[in-house]
Write a protein that binds this ligand. Sequence first.
Ligand code: FAD
Length: 309
Amino acid sequence: PFDVLVVGGGPSGATASVYAARKGIRTGIVAERFGGQVLDTMAIENFTSVSYTEGPKFAAELENQVRQYDVDIMNTQRGAHITRDDATGMITVELASGAALQSRTVVVSTGARWRSMDVPGEAEYRNKGVTYCPHCDGPLFKGKRVAVIGGGNSGVEAAIDLAGIVSHVTLIEFDSELRADEVLQRKLRSLPNVDILVSAMTTEVLGDGGKVTGLSYKNRVTDESHSVELDGVFVQIGLLPNTEWLEGTLDLSPRGEIVVDEAGRTSLAGVFAAGDCTTVPFKQIVVAAGAGATAALSAFDHLIRTDVP
Ligand code: FAD
């Protein structure tokens, strides 16, 4: 069996496996797609010490560093179920392939995926004006006009954040009212360069073939169609944690995030979690990597306090 089995090969899982392997313990990592979300990222400019890199390059570096250690890498494999034997403390991770792996501790780092609008143009102009991450891409739109789709907390926070960087923000909410906390809504309404559209359904992202030039929406009350000229569209309609396979095994928040404490412990002894799949409030590479280190060190701490089964 492994001492630490990491499930998920993004920044948090890769970091967890490096930290575990450096303790000289038997470490494995199972990943559906080694690299994770950064594989879909263009520029990365907020990982300190690396002023500029691109997602696929960052992912390759993650894998290179893991390969420098004695880590058993099982790529293109998906975790399907976790069970723990209460008598021995041994944890079994069943894979979708039918194989089963045993480990004394597990770090879950299966990340998340952005919910998309599924309208024409969205996929075509992804990273060409359509983006999902204001912390990452906000500065690319300095002085330009953007829309934020979604009037929940993340959409309204994004609109407030962007209003300080870009020239103009149009916030588009499908429902008849915003769902964000009142204090955020008040802040948003106080900003001079923000328009708020409610009961508006985005129908298409418009572009010139190379980049975004605007979007079309339908007023859901009057049924009239309109379009707005824009350089960017920030989609903020939800981040879905990849935790469906853990339902009924680990405590999950109402949003499906794995509930973790400050040491990355979950509700199941010996199982730790890190990164975007958890209740951590910020979903960023540097945050996920730090959480991966924390979870691996917590797993090591658990091992040295537990008798070998
Ligand atoms: P992920 O990167 O999501 O990795 C999850 C891993 O788990 C993957 O290997 C996946 O294949 C695997 N997996 C999922 N389910 C299973 C399963 N059941 N079994 C086995 N493996 C599984 N952040 C920044 O800090 N700066 C940026 O510039 C930036 N730009 C971004 C741009 C885009 C387009 C996107 C989508 C995100 C961006 N982010 C950025 C956010 C950042 O990518 C994430 O916060 C970070 O990747 C989270 O790391 P993670 O390891 O927790 O999860």
